[in-house]
Design a protein around this ligand. Structure first.
Ligand SMILES: [Zn+2]
Length: 148
């Protein structure tokens, strides 16, 4: 066997050992989930901002985020971490949806007038320039007059 073949073989053995050691280490641990990954991404973003602005506390927060993210991945309390991730995801998608809705409202602002139902505060819209209208809220069925 040539020298390089021996090196290759040794490396292969090393990585397969390291891989199974890693697998043993991670066994029963929570591992990566969306919350941990998003915390890492946020940590990197804050770190870059700290570098750009020279505002040191941001770097500290980013290190805190890495540590918390690592703690979550290595945690053996799978149930608790899963619940945290589920809660986080539902808040994340709600916020994302709200953001997309505000973008839509902003895009359509010339065509539609947006306002809140005086009863349930749901956001309603009507075409601009349609004058005084009798509005029925789609959510609570409250009726009122509104000028567009
Ligand atoms: Zn309503």
């Amino acid at each position: 066997m040539s020298f390089w073949d021996q090196v290759k073989q040794k490396l292969a053995v090393f990585f397969s050992k390291a891989g199974s050691a890693m697998q043993r280490f991670m066994y029963g641990r929570h591992g990566a989930d969306q919350l941990s990954l998003h915390l890492l991404v946020l940590g990197i973003a804050l770190y870059l901002m700290a570098m750009l602005t020279g505002f040191f506390p941001l770097a500290l927060i980013s290190v805190g985020l890495y540590i918390y993210s690592a703690f979550r991945m290595l945690s053996k309390n799978h149930l608790k971490r899963t619940n945290e991730n589920t809660k986080y995801l539902s808040a994340y998608y709600k916020t994302k949806q709200k953001g997309q809705q505000s973008v839509m409202r902003f895009k359509n602002r010339k065509e539609y007038k947006y306002f809140r139902c005086p009863e349930c505060h749901a956001i309603l819209r009507m075409k601009r320039g349609s004058g005084m209208m009798h509005v029925t809220c789609g959510k609570c069925k409250h009726q009122f007059d509104k000028k567009a």
